[in-house]
Ligand binder design. Structure first.
Ligand SMILES: [Zn+2]
Ligand SMILES: [Zn+2]
Length: 296
């Protein structure tokens, strides 16, 4: 499948970032960096061509009955030429970022150029969660930090993951009553990374890995599936009612929520994730833990 029209343009992402750093001037360098990365990712979607995964009716029925995610992370298909080009572009952007990022991306770019690291091996190791492979890469590439390597690798395949998930979403029931009540993404099984309250107050969760969005109950912990309202709370920081942090006393995890009813600007969820790092800090200080399992 080829998506010719990305749903959001790099210009719209720049504009979303500008609104956010007007609110929080100290985030400007970080937001500029990420807006650049996200814009390049959205742009790359126009070149991505993925062979659709065919799922049989039987498989879909079983997955729906058992509430299993539609695929395993290793089932994601990557468009290698598109992801390789994006990998190189992201390395270039990261070379101009902060010192740690710059030194690492330089080292990565050199190893890629010398053929010491193969993009396809990086991508497949990330999908397989092959920590040993990444440790070996680090050992053989002085100056390359693991955190940066994982971030750049994930960033290079993120558009493929999103498009593949979008394609698979057509296999999910369209009935609004069929709310997904599990503590993981219905497409790939990863943890949600962000919540949004939409116009009528419907709660939507965004996958931290494939960026799929799905409807969820309001009184529900998206990690441990707790539905007891006495142990599910939220707090806001500095009276800023555009955002809140939902916390669960059962599993002590938290998720940040963007209240779209209070916002009149372009929203691009990966940028909201970055512009709310102070909420992660507050939640962590209060003893809650992030439900995220991916490099951010
Ligand atoms: Zn997912
Ligand atoms: Zn919980």
């Amino acid at each position: 499948m080829t998506q010719k029209n990305p749903t959001i343009t790099p210009e719209q992402i720049q504009s979303a970032a500008a609104s956010l750093h007007k609110r929080w001037p100290s985030y400007k360098p970080l937001l500029d960096f990420y807006a650049n990365i996200f814009g390049t990712q959205e742009d790359s979607k126009r070149t991505i061509d993925l062979t659709p995964l065919q799922l049989s009716d039987e498989i879909i029925k079983i997955k729906a009955q058992e509430k299993f995610p539609l695929i395993d992370i290793t089932d994601f298909v990557i468009d290698l030429p598109a992801a390789t080009t994006l990998l190189e572009e992201i390395c270039k952007i990261a070379v101009n970022a902060n010192e740690e990022m710059s030194a690492s991306s330089q080292a990565l770019a050199e190893s890629l150029k010398a053929g010491k690291i193969k993009p396809e091996d990086l991508f497949s190791a990330l999908l397989k969660g092959d920590d040993i492979y990444f440790q070996q890469i680090i050992k053989n590439a002085p100056g390359l930090e693991l955190k940066v390597l994982l971030f750049i690798t994930y960033s290079a395949i993120a558009p493929c993951l999103a498009l593949f998930a979008e394609q698979l979403a057509s296999y999910r029931p369209e009935n609004d009553d069929d709310v997904w009540d599990k503590g993981y993404c219905p497409i790939c099984g990863s943890a949600p990374g962000l919540a949004m309250l939409q116009n009528e107050g419907e709660r939507v969760l965004v996958c931290s890995f494939c960026r799929h969005e799905w409807s969820a109950r309001r009184i529900f912990c998206p990690f441990c599936e707790n539905t007891d309202s006495d142990t599910l709370q939220y707090f806001v920081v500095q009276d800023d009612d555009e955002y809140r942090v939902d916390v669960c006393e059962n599993c002590k995890r938290f998720i940040k929520t963007v209240d779209l009813r209070k916002i009149n600007r372009i929203i691009y969820s990966p940028l909201e994730q970055i512009a709310t790092l102070h909420l992660d800090m507050k939640a962590t200080e209060a003893g809650y833990i992030s439900g995220l399992g991916i490099p951010v």
